[in-house]
Design a binder for this molecule. Structure first.
Ligand code: ADP
Length: 625
């Protein structure tokens, strides 16, 4: 007989692809995954052996009879194995266990008996035999179909009996495999014995199992993925909304704070009643805490949403350290703490980095040192470790105090957010537990580290290590000449007076005008006020000013536009007058933004009296030279 093996070749090809796919995709973590792979292997080898024996059994291709008998016997063994594996697959899938139940055990016995029958066939020829080099059917040849057919039918019936344990799609796929294979066998057995279609029919069933049961539900997967994407977008919108809200709130809070702290400063300066000065001092301290909390929360939320950018630019190391000194020494003096700064004189004078953030790190550490120290001293050391790369210096900045210290088991916790230690001890000291967490995260962003050593009751030493690019290697020299002596806060006295000078203050909020005018009063300069950009332009045409202080957010014409118009006005007596931006916008990069827009300086609200004086003296002194 001439066999047509085309369907077997197709079946082997499909099974190879399924097997490859299954091995690559499955993690074999479900019980049925493993059995399904075995079933595919059985079908693959069955199809190959069916094709090979179909070819060798055809008279034209005679191979030694012994080999042909062996190949045919192997084919029947693999067919038995395919049927048996299908029944086991159904059983494992329904009962979710590899244990053999009674039905499986009957299947095991039948498999053993049939296997023995196949071996015996080599001698008895009951199933098949060879005569004159040709393949001949034995009297029990149809057993070759009946036994695998038994397993198919068994799986089919099992699926029906236990249909309640299966989802409709699963039931369909399992039931589809059985009849598919049975139809193949019947077609071949009854109608065209020379066309080998059994395996291709089983392969179709195998594909149904793959797509319905063994691979995830793609439609569901896609739906889940699109839900996840939607949730991600919503979360992003929410984070953006939170950041915008915080930036807005920080702006809104700063504006009234400007009035509160500014007016309070006037009370401190002008009052002669010691009680009132005492109350105002409390307001000032509480205001400073509130302001630093607003800043911390803004920074924290920005770091959290990944929006905090590190903006590197050239800066003078000396100026940065002096800024820190100016901001902290009053607080140290108020607590009668000795504050000293020591530095390596060989440090390069100009570096490249984010000056504002480095200053923030140092101020955080110094503020904590002052907060948690009752007597003794605070010391700031600025040094460097050996320069490994030619253009990089590793700054070593340490802040040492003689304060309450931190116990050993609390040390690992202090850099976590909202973590405040020894609540009993520090509960009278204001704080949010955010400062050190922000410090650490800022240093992470800048490629630096922070570490701490502490002895409870003796003091702490925080050390920052931070790589910075060198812009100018000229040694910085001694930054602060001598250690500052502790002292009491002195009654306010202006640094300089400028009775000849004339300043213009532009702000649409009346209280802000009052605050700034009051803060400027002791400079003895004449002060003009404008409530809008238009009013400012009119005044500028008529008068000659020494400094213009300009609010940013104003209706109709904002500060930036007013500043640009002033600078571009023709025949303007004030074309070269310094214009300083005043703003409650303290977000990261604000200063850079204002300077780039064309302003000569920047002061953030609430305006600190010291910074204001410092800024004025900068411009007035440079004019005088
Ligand atoms: P806080 O706003 O509470 O100061 P920080 O994050 O700055 O938050 O500090 C976290 C905790 O670490 C503080 O509550 C305090 O217990 C401890 N701590 C920080 N610096 C010092 C220091 N110099 N001396 C003693 N304890 C400190």
């Amino acid at each position: 007989m001439n066999y047509n093996i085309d369907f077997d070749i197709a079946s082997a090809a499909i099974c190879s692809v399924i097997l490859l796919f299954s091995l690559l995709r499955f993690t074999a973590n479900t019980l049925s995954n493993g059995k399904y792979c075995t079933l595919t292997v059985a079908l693959l080898f069955g199809a190959i052996l069916d094709a090979v024996t179909g070819w060798t059994n055809t008279g034209a291709y005679v191979i030694p009879v012994g080999l042909n008998v062996a190949l045919n016997t192997l084919f029947f063994v693999v067919s038995l194995f395919a049927g048996y594996t299908y029944q086991r697959y159904v059983s494992v899938f329904i009962f979710q266990t590899k244990k053999h139940n009674l039905n499986d055990k009957i299947g095991d016995v039948i498999a053993i008996l049939y296997f023995a029958f196949l071996i015996a066939n080599i001698f008895t020829g009951m199933l098949f035999y060879f005569e004159d080099g040709s393949y001949c059917f034995g009297p029990l040849h149809n057993f070759g179909f009946y036994i695998p057919g038994y397993y198919m039918l068994n799986g089919f019936i099992m699926a029906i009996v236990y249909r309640k344990k299966l989802k409709p799609k699963q039931l369909f796929a399992i039931m589809f495999f059985g009849p598919c294979s049975l139809i193949g066998m019947l077609l071949q057995m009854l109608f065209f014995p020379n066309i080998l279609v059994t395996y291709i029919c089983s392969t179709f069933g195998c594909m149904a199992l793959l797509f319905v049961i063994e691979t995830p539900d793609y439609a569901k997967l896609m739906k889940t993925m699109s839900e996840l994407e939607k949730a991600r977008q919503e979360a992003e919108v929410a984070t953006r909304a939170k950041s915008d809200f915080l930036a807005k709130m920080s702006h809104e809070l700063r504006t009234p704070m400007n009035a509160v702290l500014g007016m309070n400063e006037m009370i401190l300066r002008e009052s002669t009643d010691n009680n009132v000065i005492g109350y105002a001092g409390q307001v000032k301290a509480a205001g400073a805490v509130l302001l630093s909390t607003i800043n911390d929360i803004l920074d924290f939320s920005k770091i959290e949403s990944g929006k905090l950018e590190i903006i590197n630019s050239e800066y003078s190391l000396k100026k940065m350290i002096l800024d820190c000194k100016n901001l902290i020494e009053n607080r140290a003096q108020e607590k009668a703490l000795e504050f000293s700064i020591h530095n390596d004189e060989q440090l390069p004078s100009v570096l490249i980095g984010d000056e504002m953030r480095i200053r923030q790190v140092i101020i955080n550490l110094l503020t904590n040192a002052v907060k948690y120290t009752e007597k003794g001293s605070i010391r700031l050391d600025v040094g460097m470790t050996s320069i490994e790369e030619p253009d990089i210096v590793i700054l070593k900045i340490s802040v040492t105090d003689t304060g309450m210290g931190i116990s050993e088991n609390n040390l690992p916790k202090i850099f976590s957010s909202f973590e405040r230690l020894e609540a009993g001890l520090v509960k009278t000291i204001e704080g949010t537990g955010l400062g050190l967490s922000i410090t650490k995260q800022l240093l992470d962003l800048m490629g630096g580290t922070v570490s701490v050593e502490s002895m409870p009751g003796r003091g702490s030493c925080f050390t920052v290590s931070l790589p910075q690019k060198i812009s100018d290697r000229v040694p910085v020299g001694l930054i602060v000449k001598a250690a500052e002596k502790p002292g009491k806060r002195e009654k306010y006295a202006p640094l300089y007076v400028y009775p000849e000078a004339r300043f213009l203050v532009v702000d649409d909020v009346k209280t802000n005008l009052v605050v700034l005018t009051a803060l400027l009063k002791k400079t003895e300069a004449s002060i003009d006020k404008a409530e809008s950009g238009f009013e400012a332009l009119k005044l500028i045409e008529a008068n000659r000013y020494d400094i213009i202080f300009m609010d940013h957010m104003m209706p109709a014409m904002d500060g930036i536009e007013t500043m640009k118009r002033i600078k571009s006005m023709e025949n303007n007596p004030n074309a070269s007058v310094p214009i300083i931006a005043l703003t409650a916008n303290a977000v990261n990069g604000a200063e850079k933004m204002y300077i780039e827009a064309g302003f000569d300086g920047y002061l953030s609200k609430p305006i600190g009296a010291d910074e204001l004086e410092h800024e004025i003296s900068k411009y007035m002194n440079s004019r005088e030279q």
